[in-house]
Design a binder for this molecule. Structure first.
Ligand code: NAD
Length: 283
């Protein structure tokens, strides 16, 4: 079994981002990322904090627009419109989830697609599905980079994606399909999850249920990508895979923490740099 070490690959990518920033600065461009954070959710605040810290370390300018839980949709749209116009901002992301009274789709659609570094705008979703250049959502993008780093070619593999959200499962399925895997997508209403996972050469799980994937659900030599992030009662960070019992059956597996999580942050920085570079080519 080989560990897919997202922590060290992310570090390597972040060092390259730093070099890219230095190059851009020679052309008087400092890449800028704006983050919208609504409400007091502790996990969201922690993610935003990590993203801001990573930007700072890489030399990317970052600004966080913190808004109260009660903010109106119009006020959020105003801030997004302002950032769309701001030439010093190359990437805009809205930390999800948003409070229930806000229409998430309307907010995501308001972001200028050329600054949509999270890749959640339907314009970028469509481009990525079509295999065209566009912003790829950071988490599945990070998974693909990890596979590439370990010379794992998805071509011809049976892939089982567990979890079908717009931000994790669906784009993960798209990227693996575009890489010529045969893709099965499972979710909460899937009848017999085990029958799908057992058939898989590669399982990508992003659900938010600790120990969902157990030893008897995994075939010998499978590749396991654990995207889930859960905190146990004792405060330990775990994924969606029963790691202790599953790992010996696998050929490759991501640890939690230290697998997909660090890759997500690294790829967000990569997308922000891409936007800043696009600005030069379009100038
Ligand atoms: P979500 O709630 O939007 O979607 C969860 C998906 O899992 C849904 O499609 C649902 O149908 C499915 N699901 C739920 N219970 C299931 C079950 N018992 N069996 C099969 N499918 C089930 O969540 P999300 O935003 O996609 O996040 C999923 C997980 O990934 C969470 O743990 C989240 O913290 C984590 N996450 C990690 C990263 C990272 O960087 N590693 C990034 C984003 C999300």
């Amino acid at each position: 079994m080989t560990l897919l070490d997202g922590k060290s690959l992310a570090e390597k990518i972040r060092n390259n981002v730093k070099l890219d920033v230095e190059e851009l600065q020679k052309q008087h461009i400092t890449p800028g990322l704006a983050v919208v954070l609504v409400g007091n959710d502790a996990a969201s605040a922690a993610y935003v904090n990590m993203k801001s810290k990573a930007c700072k370390e890489a030399g990317i300018y970052s600004v966080v627009h913190e808004m109260p839980e009660t903010i109106s949709q119009e006020n959020i749209l105003d801030i997004i419109a302002m950032m769309n116009r701001n030439p010093n901002i190359h990437g805009i992301l809205v930390q999800l989830p948003l409070p229930n009274h806000i229409d998430t789709t309307a907010i995501l659609e308001a972001i200028d697609p050329t600054k949509d570094v999270d890749g959640f705008h339907p314009y970028n979703v469509g481009r990525v599905v079509s295999g065209l250049d566009g912003y790829i959502p950071a988490t599945p993008y990070g998974v693909m980079k990890l596979l590439e780093e370990y010379n794992i070619d998805p071509k011809g593999l049976n892939a089982c994606i567990v979890g079908a959200s717009n931000i994790v499962g669906k784009p993960m399925a798209t990227l693996l399909l575009n890489a010529n895997a045969t893709v099965d997508i499972c979710h909460i209403y899937t009848k017999d999850l085990k029958s799908h996972t057992l058939n898989a050469d590669i399982i990508c799980v992003g659900v938010g249920v600790p120990n969902l994937i157990k030893e008897d659900m995994v075939k010998e030599g499978a590749i396991i990508i654990d995207i889930g992030i859960n905190r146990t009662e004792s405060g330990k960070l775990v994924g969606d895979v029963d790691y202790e019992n599953v790992c010996q059956k696998t050929s490759f597996i991501t640890p939690v923490p230290g697998g997909v999580g660090p890759m997500t942050i690294a790829m967000l920085l990569v997308n922000t740099i891409k936007s800043a570079k696009n600005k030069i080519t379009k100038a």
